[in-house]
Design a protein around this ligand. Structure first.
Ligand code: DLZ
Length: 155
């Protein structure tokens, strides 16, 4: 049995930039299952936008805990693409700080699954939607398993 086969991992994803998000979430799930995480142990929830990722992450942990499900890692996934105002900078900063704070406050690893891109093309490249390019969602899946195995509550 693979060491990761009992891990329980949640993905909380924003709905902005839907086609990018879909590729990233699919990539994360693909890598999680390749590494031995069972599909039934992967819990997916959505939030409106990246700003809501820290709160959604905190809440899915407590919601599942009430059902007796102890998560081993969470992957919040969002894609921020710069527009013409300062909105991008503020949301990038608050989302990043929020996810970092969760890592300090909670006892399970929270992966940084947020793309912060200047253009749609940059986001598509990082989601593996341009020929020959790598899907960062896969890296986030691998990071979640590594962190859960090395530092999680079960091991
Ligand atoms: C408002 C906003 C903007 C302008 N851009 C993005 C984006 O590129 N990616 C993303 O995930 N969310 C965006 N949002 C939405 C905010 O994250 C948030 O959902 C709203 O401000 C409501 O709190």
């Amino acid at each position: 049995m693979m060491v990761s086969s009992n891990l329980k991992i949640a993905i909380v994803h924003a709905r902005w930039n839907a086609h990018i998000i879909k590729a990233l979430v699919d990539g994360a799930i693909k890598r999680l299952t390749e590494l031995g995480v069972k599909e039934e142990n992967i819990f997916v929830e959505t939030v409106p936008g990246s700003f809501e990722l820290p709160f959604g992450t905190k809440k899915i942990i407590s919601k599942l805990a009430k059902q007796g499900i102890q998560l081993d890692a969470v992957i919040p996934i969002g894609t921020l693409i710069k527009g013409s105002t300062m909105h991008f900078e503020y949301i990038c900063d608050s989302t990043t700080q929020g996810i970092m704070r969760l890592n300090e406050q909670l006892d399970i690893p929270i992966i940084f699954g947020v793309l912060t891109c200047l253009t749609d093309l940059q986001a598509e490249q990082r989601a593996g939607l341009q020929p020959g390019l790598h899907n960062h969602g896969e890296d986030w899946g691998a990071a979640a398993v590594e962190m859960a195995v090395k530092f999680g509550r079960q091991y």
